[in-house]
Design a protein around this ligand. Structure first.
Ligand code: NAD
Ligand code: TYD
Length: 405
């Protein structure tokens, strides 16, 4: 029997959530009937303009609601027969968590618990003999988490060494790629003990624990995904890659923390979205899945690469020259400036995605060279978006569109 699926996607006016909304609408278009309820409080990081086209789709409904709001969350669950909850809503920036930790605990931990509690109530159909709730068929709660909950790995090599992957199924993650490399001997697996070190990662770890607790205590159908650093379109220009692009175009200095030798593991955002939907549909209840594409790089090399690609693209395309607010000659490594290190700066993140590769057949579609060029070009072609998200114009847009409703 055919059954329409209703997604409740929180934080879909932000970077990854918006990409996920676009991804599922494309993926199921004409193939399967889905409905999506977007729940977003529209903080500084959320922008309705990012999903303007999607909001015109009759399958999508928008609710400007804070995930901490118990009454409003309850109303949404009572008005809709929600099958899937995918929770992206969070405070997500480590630097902001160092300045103001409290909101991270409130949104990331208490907000998550509020969603879980309301999903549990709405999904419970009866009580089983052993006292556990019995849930409606086919429902699932997915928590979007991060590799940062595992803490920081050591960087064992100043210069990256060759990465060798033995398992045939895991090799699929890096198929057609050469120059595989790593900066260390250890990777995060799903069994790595949690060891968060920033207020952001501590709040995400707290959220993961409460999700697992609902899974054990109430046998709720939950899963958790833990992904490495994402990059791609609609990334708010306070994070490393979009900030560097923005500053280069304005001829501003590029602030590199510490020595620039910290290592992050970069994944194209759409590949993360593909992994999330795969886990939602095919992942095992109660399980955790790491998502990452074996793509470690030091920050300084990322910054240099962004400079190189920008310079090349602008040199070769007159359209892009109009975007530039400085002289083309000013685009060079002299823009780089080393600034005081982030407090408690995690040295290295590196995901071992063996489980999702073996059990669910996940692999990324976009390698880093392709993805980073695509991303740089997207920013060159979408400066209007950048200007709007930083000027707060989208908040005004919201008032105009939804004011009084
Ligand atoms: P983001 O900051 O770009 O977007 C967050 C969204 O959540 C925004 O639309 C914001 O308005 C909304 N939001 C914030 N507080 C809210 C609240 N109280 N109620 C309702 N909505 C609220 O974040 P992102 O980079 O898209 O990250 C999304 C999720 O993925 C987060 O949970 C983050 O921890 C996780 N994650 C991010 C990365 C990454 O590299 N960016 C990697 C792994 C995991
Ligand atoms: P960020 O994009 O904030 O992601 P996260 O801290 O969650 O990994 O930062 C990525 C890396 O880049 C991190 O090691 C900090 C560094 N960084 C800079 O060197 N300069 C900057 O201006 C920013 C925002 C980050």
């Amino acid at each position: 029997e055919f059954h329409m699926k209703t997604y409740l996607v929180t934080g879909a006016a932000g970077f990854i959530g918006a990409n996920y909304l676009k991804y599922i609408l494309k993926k199921y278009d004409g193939k399967e009937d889905i409905k999506v309820i977007v729940v977003d409080a529209l903080t500084y990081a959320g922008n309705l303009g990012t999903i303007r086209e999607e909001l015109k789709n009759s399958k999508v409904k928008f609710e400007k609601v804070d995930i901490r709001d118990r009454k409003e969350t309850e109303r949404i669950f009572s008005e809709n027969e929600v099958d899937y909850v995918v929770n992206f809503a969070a405070e997500s920036h480590v630097d902001r968590s160092i300045e103001n930790p409290q909101i991270f605990l409130e949104t990331n931990i208490l907000g998550t618990q509020n969603l879980l509690e309301n999903a549990k109530k709405a999904w419970t159909v009866s009580k089983g003999e052993n006292g556990y709730p019995v849930y409606r068929d086919g429902v699932k709660y997915l928590q979007v988490s991060t590799d940062e909950v595992y803490g920081s790995l050591s960087k064992d090599y100043e210069k990256a060494i060759e990465l060798v992957i033995e398992d045939e199924k895991v090799k699929n993650v890096v198929k057609d790629r050469t120059n595989l490399k790593t900066y260390g001997d250890k990777f995060f697996t799903e069994k790595t003990p949690l060891d968060p070190r920033s207020p952001y990662s501590a709040s995400k770890a707290g959220a993961d624990h409460i999700v697992l607790a609902y899974g054990e205590t109430y046998k709720m159908p939950i899963t958790i995904t833990r992904c490495s650093n994402n990059y791609g379109p609609y990334h708010f220009p306070e994070k490393l890659i979009p900030l560097m692009i923005k500053n280069v175009l304005e001829g501003k200095k590029l602030p590199v923390y510490g020595k620039g030798d910290n290592v992050r593991d970069w994944l194209y955002v759409e590949d993360h979205c593909k992994g999330i939907d795969l886990v939602l549909r095919e992942g095992k209840e109660g399980e955790i899945y790491n998502i990452g594409g074996f793509n470690e790089e030091q920050n300084i090399n990322i910054v240099k690469l962004v400079i190189d690609i920008l310079k090349e693209e602008i040199t070769n395309n007159d359209e892009y020259k109009r975007v530039l607010k400085t002289n083309l000659d000013n685009i060079n490594y002299n823009l780089i400036t080393y600034v005081q290190d982030r407090l408690g700066h995690d040295m290295r993140y590196a995901i071992d995605p063996s489980k999702i590769a073996r059990d669910l057949g996940w692999y990324p579609e976009t390698d880093f060279e392709t993805g980073i060029r695509k991303t740089v070009k997207w920013y060159l072609e979408n400066q209007e978006w950048v200007n709007e998200v930083i000027s707060g114009d989208y908040q005004k847009y919201y008032e105009e569109m939804y004011g009084g409703k």
